[in-house]
Design a protein around this ligand. Structure first.
Ligand SMILES: *[C@@H]1O[C@H](CO)[C@@H](O)[C@H](O)[C@H]1NC(C)=O
Ligand SMILES: *[C@@H]1O[C@H](CO)[C@@H](O)[C@H](O)[C@H]1NC(C)=O
Ligand SMILES: *[C@@H]1O[C@H](CO)[C@@H](O)[C@H](O)[C@H]1NC(C)=O
Ligand SMILES: *[C@@H]1O[C@H](CO)[C@@H](O)[C@H](O)[C@H]1NC(C)=O
Ligand SMILES: *[C@@H]1O[C@H](CO)[C@@H](O)[C@H](O)[C@H]1NC(C)=O
Length: 168
């Protein structure tokens, strides 16, 4: 391997590492959870969402649920053409694309404010990574576990490049 392609690989792996470490679980509504009468626009405005983050909804599963809809569904509280639905009461939904995600409660709660629009941004470039890491101060245990597992491989790869031990 030429030293320049090794450099590129290392930069790429560092990006992966940053992505894994900074994946954040955004708990919708924070300690208010997913319930009527919460302004989720205010909640979302207080968060920055990046590709690879999770959003999680916590609620009474006998009363509410979560539907991913399009803008029409969000504006009008309708679930026609829904992309997905969840009802476990503790739903973790990965935000895998840089796009707008619209979530509503599908059994009436939407009309009492249970709707949230999330704008997911592309991962920041490495020079901005410190800023992204700052946003991750509310990382949950679940997100840390996911990140921890994802960290191991790149670390091994980098170690074997740096120390030339020929593990892989
Ligand atoms: C939520 O707060 C925003 C910003 O203050 C406001 O524009 C919006 O009307 C509020 N939404 C509801 C449902 O109260
Ligand atoms: C926004 O975040 C700050 C700091 O975490 C918190 O104190 C505040 O209550 C949040 N506001 C809303 C509307 O979630
Ligand atoms: C909401 O529904 C009304 C009619 O029910 C429709 O005219 C309007 O276009 C819908 N909103 C959006 C954003 O499509
Ligand atoms: C949302 O989906 C419904 C049902 O499939 C469709 O009629 C509507 O045009 C879609 N709205 C947007 C903004 O894509
Ligand atoms: C919820 O999602 C499942 C697939 O995950 C689908 O089969 C079902 O029809 C959906 N329910 C509604 C009400 O859209």
């Amino acid at each position: 391997m030429s030293s320049s392609s090794a450099t590129h690989l290392i930069i790429f792996l560092l990006c992966l590492l940053v992505a894994a470490v900074s994946a954040t679980d955004h708990i919708v509504g924070a300690n208010k959870g997913w319930n009527p009468g919460v302004n989720y626009t205010l909640w979302a405005n207080n968060h920055t969402f990046y590709v690879g983050d999770l959003i999680s909804f916590r609620y009474q599963k006998t009363q509410y649920n979560v539907f991913e809809v399009n803008q029409t569904g969000y504006d009008n509280c309708t679930t026609e053409g829904a992309v997905g639905n969840w009802s476990s009461g503790k739903d973790f939904i990965p935000l895998n694309k840089a796009r707008r995600y619209y979530f509503i409660c599908g059994n009436g709660g939407c009309f009492s404010g249970m709707k949230v629009l999330v704008v997911v941004h592309p991962l920041p470039s490495p020079s901005n990574a410190a800023v992204a890491a700052d946003h991750s101060s509310t990382k949950s245990a679940a997100a840390s576990v996911v990140g921890g597992a994802a960290m191991v491989m790149p670390l091994l790869v980098m170690a074997s490049i740096w120390f030339g031990s020929g593990w892989i």
